[in-house]
Design a protein around this ligand. Structure first.
Ligand code: C2E
Ligand code: MG
Ligand code: MG
Ligand code: MG
Length: 285
């Protein structure tokens, strides 16, 4: 009887497994088509300077407008893109389109808006990232020294080959790009990284932001990250800020910039422009 149940369990797992493999393959093939077709798009989420109230920059976040499934968030396909290697082409698409958007905004009088792009670990490893970035800058005419382009990396990305990562980040900085350490506090948070890599910005992960109004530990961790960042001369951005209460705690702790639903969800370019115009009108009173 037990053996029979075990057999059934096996059949159950095997079925579930093959369904998962099938789904992965579907996503992978779909993503390949999405890259060729016009199904990928970037959403933009503002980052607000807490001292001035100005919009300091935006983070570009990828979305997939699937012909049958509708709008798909990156959580459902980035890992698959990484495992299949498609992330390299996808990452180039993101960088290029963010640069084009930056040029477009500049042409329409929105200069000085920093654009942040997420980089996957594989983009660091697989190809000559510097050559790719240089090519895209040339193709789009973007000058990172004046046009404020930021790359977001995570600790995991830097961990693999620290020597190479340090050299790459150094070269990107020399080209005028800015580097943000994303999801800070969720990885090893080794102080060694902060000393070794030429980082501009620390992004406090949203898990801590979620906790700051709930318990004293959350607030303490956020406060420590802010103090640490400032003592190293870094800008500190809190992500995932949803409430006024979270914002005020972060402001009191000296956080530089805020990103989160409290101000705006990530929006398509045109909707972001409308949001920005309304935000500026409100700020003028
Ligand atoms: P991330 O880089 O840490 O981006 C922040 C995520 O938090 C975004 O999710 C954003 O929509 C979400 N978020 C922002 N404010 C709030 C808030 O107040 N509350 C809540 N609950 N969430 C908030 P999204 O767009 O789904 O992206 C998820 C992750 O996917 C990103 O995390 C990033 O790791 C990855 N990703 C997105 N776009 C790209 C890309 O172009 N390339 C690569 N390699 N990864 C990307
Ligand atoms: Mg990010
Ligand atoms: Mg993050
Ligand atoms: Mg994240």
């Amino acid at each position: 009887k037990a053996k029979e149940a075990g057999g059934n369990m096996y059949a159950f797992y095997a079925a579930a497994m093959s369904a998962e493999i099938k789904e992965r393959r579907t996503i992978e093939e779909g993503l390949r088509r999405a890259l060729e077709g016009d199904q990928l798009l970037l959403y933009y989420q503002p980052q607000i300077d807490l001292r001035t109230g100005a919009v300091a920059g935006v983070e570009a976040l990828i979305r997939w407008q699937h012909p049958e499934r509708g709008l798909i968030a990156p959580g459902a396909f980035i890992t698959i893109a990484e495992e299949s290697g498609l992330i390299v082409a996808l990452g180039e698409w993101v960088l290029k389109n963010a640069c084009l958007q930056s040029q477009c905004w500049k042409a329409r009088g929105l200069a000085g808006l920093r654009i942040a792009v997420n980089l996957s670990a594989r983009q660091f490893k697989e190809r000559d990232l510097l050559a790719t970035v240089t090519r895209i800058l040339t193709e789009t005419g973007l000058d990172p020294a004046t046009d404020l382009l930021e790359l977001e990396v995570t600790e995991t990305t830097l961990m693999d080959d620290m020597g190479k990562a340090a050299a790459t980040l150094g070269a990107l900085r020399d080209m005028g790009l800015k580097i943000a350490l994303d999801d800070f506090g969720t990885g090893y948070s080794s102080l060694n990284y902060l000393k070794r890599f030429r980082i501009n910005t620390l992004k406090i992960d949203q898990t801590f932001v979620r906790d700051i109004a709930r318990n004293t530990e959350g607030a303490a961790i956020a406060s420590v990250i802010i103090t640490l960042g400032h003592s190293l001369g870094l800008t500190v951005v809190a992500e995932g800020v949803e409430t006024r209460e979270q914002l005020e705690i972060l402001r009191a702790a000296g956080c530089d910039e805020i990103q989160g639903y409290y101000y705006s969800e990530p929006l398509p370019a045109a909707a972001f422009e409308e949001w920005l115009a309304a935000y500026k009108r409100k700020a003028r009173g």
